[in-house]
Structure formats: structure tokens, C-alpha cells
Design a protein around this ligand. Structure first.
Ligand code: ME8
Length: 523
């Protein structure tokens, strides 16, 4: 049983049919921010991401590229690892479903389901969308202007008729509903939870879990004419990575059940209905939470290959730098809602929140210290009310952010953080240390000490979202490596007066359209 100190977080494993896009970067980033926060907060974090490499969709893409499937997967999967490096993603493991450890785990869960009597043989006839790798009932489809049937996602469907194995999903309706009722936070946000509950209340049909019309996948144990349904294979990755089928292994005991499966709203049904049913049927515990976030559009339009408007995370980071992209995506919309990408909004956040609000605060404070305190952490005198109020706001900030991050309310946490950055800027203006430098050097030292502490604590809390910039701020405050997690937060890690500080450098550059790419200027 995973203990409360452990924090196992997963991204979906992405299809390797195409190169990564901003949506993939988004989900992975959200997990990274949460993982980094929890690590800094002393939790035992395991952060998993990876690629989904089996199934018809990938098989077809490989064929279209004229490359053997495995070689195609190797290439595209590498692009996802490159995206992770680009965005400074701190995953602990990267799983590929073509790895032997995963084939073994997928076959083992199949056998566990078989032993439990959850699988029977039959034949499937119905609609299938390769793009979604999903089955659809006739009444879910609409007829397009071209006379072709389409799934609710817009994907084309084809008629499939073949021998198949079925999972007795219909038997799980009541137990799933009971599980949702008993664990009100199992599916977040609330709107997604309601959607799943009404889907399950509508009745569940048994699910076809093997296919015979293509070969690229995990063979059903003992019946290699059948390939496991790619979603059963894919979902199993979350337990493969912690050692399944060895449920007594150190990893499994430490991290299963997962704390959060982070997914987009497109795949909530697979994660919140099928997956817990598979697990419970196999005698395993369901994850603690499935969080389904919203959908990004580009300047108001759905992103699609055919429209040619898919945002490439590589181009974006090239233009703005990794920290601004990370910050913008996490900050600009309530986490869970749909959002629209625009370069104007990106630049506003970058120049407003990062360069003006946070960057300037650090820059002002550090240059004042450099100039007026001989480049050393000043020695504070007696604290006044305004100083206590400033430090008090910082003290309560960690608890507030912790509360928000527990519920994946990333935007609330960042909002709180930037509110205190605003307060720190107001404190500088109100105290005017540049005037005190002439009139009252002792008072100036106190104000600058409080401000240096503010920058230190704010940088600690900002590190999960803007790791590069925050680390540079901590470097400039000469904070030692062991002072860079939340054990050093607040009074526990106060700056030592007299510590020599390096020459201050700008941390968050402004974006200047004429001089792009930005990012380079950082540092
Ligand atoms: O579904 N906005 O993989 P996938 C926000 N292999 N998020 C987006 C997005 C957008 N416009 N586009 C994609 C699969 N995403 C399966 C998952 S898990 C066991 C198997 C993100 O490559 C979002 O997280 O189609 C979505 O759920 C995921 O990419 C789909 O990735």
C-alpha cells in the first residue's frame, strides 16, 4: 500500500503516430510542476511519462512512412524525450509499450482477468475509429456532409467484424458508481466527474479487448492470433512502471495506487471507467485520482494537422525560452478549463508577470543590495509592522499553495504566488529603500533584508514552474544546494547577514519581437 508520503503521478502515454504538439507538452508540464512541487515539499515522488506504441493507428502511420513499425516507434518516441529535455521535464521514468517489461505486464493482467472469470470469447461486430482506437455504438455517430459516419471526436469510423474476447464491463456498473460515490475526488474537476457518472449510469456494455485483423501489439497469452486491445495494453503501463506483475516489489508497494493520473478530457472515459474496472477485476487497487484537464485551441481554432495550425512546442520554446512557455501554459487559464493559445497572451504574460513583476523585483532588490550593502546580505535591525506583515504573507503562502496543489489547482497556486509578488513590489515602493540609503541606512538594511528574504522564498515557490529562472535567483542570493527545498522555507532557512553575493544579472528577459528569439538573453 502506497503511503501518504509517496506521490506517484503519470501523464498519458502518447501515441507515436506523429510528432509532439503543444497539448502533449501541456499535460506533461502540469505533471512536472506538480512533481517538482511535491519533491521540494519532501514527498517521495515517482513521475512517469512515455509513449503508446502499439495498435492500428501506429501500425498505419509506420506503413505510411514506409518504415518498419519498431523503427518508426524508436524515431517518434525519441521526439517525445527530446520535448521533455527541451522543457526541463523531471520525469523519473519513461515507459515505452514495446519494452519487454510492458509486454510481460500486459500479458499478466490479461491472465489475472481470465483467472477472475472477467473475460469470455465471442465475436465483435460494430464501429471502430482507428484515430481514437475506440469502439462506438451506432447511436453515438453522426453522418458527415460527405456521407461518412463520424465519432463524437470527429474521427472516421469503420465497420469491424471479427472474433474477439470481451471484458465483462457490464458487471461493473454498480461497483463503479459506488466507487465514485465513496471517493468524491476520484475524478476531478467536478464537471468531468458528473460526465463520467452519467455515462456509467446510462449502462455499460461488455468491451471487446482483442483484435484479429492486425498484428502490431501484445499477443493474447496462449492465443497469438489475437492482439490485445491497445487501450488495455496502454493503461497497463501505469502498473508496468512500478513493477507489475511483481506486486511485492519495492516499487509497487511504494507507489501503487497512483496518486494522480493526469489526462486530457478526451480520454477520461478510458481512465475513469475502463481502467478502474480492469484493475478491480484483476484484484488490484484503482488509482486515487484521475484529473482531466481541458483542451487548447490556437487563436480560436481547433488544432489539426489538416488545418496546419498545430503549435509546435519546439518552435515555441525557441522563440520564448522554456520558463516563459512553462509559465504561460500553467498560468493563463484555470487548470481544467479549455484555453486558447495566442502569441499576444504569451508575450503579455512573459513581459508582465515574469519580466516586470517577478524579474524586476529581484533585479531591484539585488542591485540595491549590491550598491548599498557592499554586495553582502544586509544585517536587519528591529522589524516594524510592515516588515512583519510582508514576512507573514510569505509564511502563509506555502500552506495555501500546498492546499491548491493537492487538488491540482495549479492556476490558484500561481495566482496566490503572483499576488504576493505584487505585495513585495508594493512594499519596495512604500519603503523606498533608495531614499533610506541617504536618510536612514539602518532602516534601509532591514528593508533590504526583508526583501532579499522575499525573493528567496518566492523563488523557492516559483521553482516548480520556472525552474531555470528561480534557480538563477537563488544563485544570486548565494543559497546553498541544501537550502533549495521547502525545508528551508521561511524562518528555517533565513539568509545569513554578511554572506557575499554575486553580481546581479537579469533573470526574466522581456520579449522583444524585433530581437527574437528571446530566451537566449536569459541568464
Ligand atoms: O490518447 N489540448 O494519446 P495521444 C490539451 N495514447 N491537451 C491535449 C491536446 C490539446 N489540444 N491534444 C493532446 C492517447 N493533448 C493515448 C493515451 S494513456 C494510457 C493512452 C494531450 O497522443 C492530452 O493529455 O492522443 C490528451 O489526453 C493526450 O494529449 C492525448 O494524447
Amino acid at each position: 500500500m502506497a503511503n501518504h508520503k509517496s506521490f506517484y503521478i503519470t501523464t498519458p502515454i502518447y501515441y507515436v503516430n506523429d510528432k509532439p504538439h503543444i497539448g502533449h507538452a501541456y499535460t506533461t508540464l502540469a505533471c512536472d510542476v506538480l512533481a517538482r512541487f511535491m519533491r521540494a515539499d519532501g514527498r517521495d515522488v515517482h513521475f512517469l511519462t512515455g509513449t503508446d506504441e502499439h495498435g492500428q493507428k501506429v501500425e498505419k502511420s509506420a506503413a505510411a512512412a514506409g518504415i518498419p513499425a519498431k523503427q518508426f516507434c524508436d524515431q517518434v518516441s525519441e521526439n517525445f524525450r527530446a520535448m521533455n529535455r527541451l522543457l526541463a521535464i523531471s520525469n523519473d521514468d519513461f515507459i515505452r509499450t514495446t519494452e519487454p517489461r510492458h509486454v510481460r505486464a500486459s500479458q499478466a493482467i490479461w491472465q489475472a482477468l481470465e483467472r477472475a472469470g472477467a473475460i469470455y470469447r465471442g465475436s465483435y461486430s460494430g464501429w471502430y475509429a482507428v484515430r481514437d482506437e475506440a469502439y462506438y455504438a451506432e447511436d453515438e455517430l453522426t453522418l458527415g456532409p460527405d456521407g461518412r459516419r463520424r465519432a463524437p471526436s470527429g474521427a472516421e469510423v469503420e465497420w469491424v467484424e471479427e472474433p474477439s474476447h470481451f471484458f465483462r464491463l457490464s458487471a461493473w456498473q454498480d461497483r463503479l458508481l459506488a466507487h465514485y460515490a465513496k471517493h468524491p475526488d476520484f475524478i476531478l474537476p467536478e464537471s468531468r466527474r458528473n460526465e463520467v457518472i452519467s455515462f456509467v449510469r446510462g449502462g455499460l456494455k461488455d468491451l471487446s479487448i482483442s483484435r484479429t485483423s492486425f498484428r502490431w501489439g501484445v499477443p493474447v497469452p496462449g492465443e497469438s492470433a489475437h492482439i490485445m486491445y491497445v487501450w488495455l495494453d496502454a493503461l497497463t503501463n501505469y502498473i508496468t512502471a512500478v513493477g507489475y506483475p511483481d506486486v511485492d516489489s519495492e516499487l509497487y508497494r511504494r507507489y501503487w495506487p497512483a496518486t494522480v493520473h493526469m489526462v486530457g478530457k478526451d480520454i477520461v472515459r478510458f481512465h475513469a471507467v475502463y481502467w478502474p474496472a480492469f484493475l478491480m477485476a484483476a484484484g488490484l487497487q484503482p488509482p486515487a485520482r484521475v484529473f482531466a484537464h481541458g483542451w487548447w485551441t490556437n487563436e480560436g481554432q481547433k488544432m489539426s494537422k489538416s488545418l496546419g495550425n498545430v503549435i509546435d512546442p519546439f518552435a515555441l520554446v525557441d522563440r520564448y525560452g522554456p520558463d516563459p512557455v512553462r509559465y504561460f501554459l500553467m498560468r493563463d487559464l484555470p487548470f481544467g478549463n479549455d484555453g486558447d493559445f495566442s502569441h499576444r497572451a504569451m508575450v503579455n504574460r512573459m513581459n508582465g508577470d515574469l519580466a516586470n513583476d517577478f524579474g524586476n523585483l529581484a533585479q531591484r532588490v539585488l542591485s540595491l543590495v549590491q550598491r548599498n550593502c557592499a554586495g553582502r546580505v544586509p544585517l536587519p535591525g528591529v522589524l516594524g509592522d510592515a516588515d512583519e506583515a510582508m514576512l507573514g504573507m510569505l509564511d502563509s503562502l506555502l500552506g495555501a499553495m500546498r492546499h491548491s496543489f493537492e487538488r491540482q489547482e495549479i492556476h490558484v497556486a500561481l495566482n496566490d504566488l503572483w499576488r504576493v509578488i505584487g505585495e513585495a513590489n508594493r512594499y519596495v515602493d512604500a519603503q523606498a529603500p533608495w531614499t533610506l540609503a541617504k536618510t536612514d541606512p539602518l532602516r534601509m538594511a532591514t528593508v533590504l533584508y526583508v526583501l532579499a528574504e522575499a525573493v528567496r522564498n518566492l523563488a523557492l515557490l516559483a521553482a516548480p514552474v520556472v525552474p531555470m529562472g528561480a534557480q538563477r535567483m537563488l544563485d544570486q542570493l548565494a543559497v546553498p544546494a541544501e537550502g533549495r527545498d521547502f525545508r528551508a522555507y521561511g524562518a528555517a532557512g533565513r539568509l545569513q547577514p554578511g554572506t557575499p553575493l554575486p553580481k546581479p544579472l537579469g533573470v526574466f528577459p522581456r520579449f522583444d519581437a524585433k530581437a527574437s528569439p528571446a530566451g537566449q538573453a536569459a541568464g
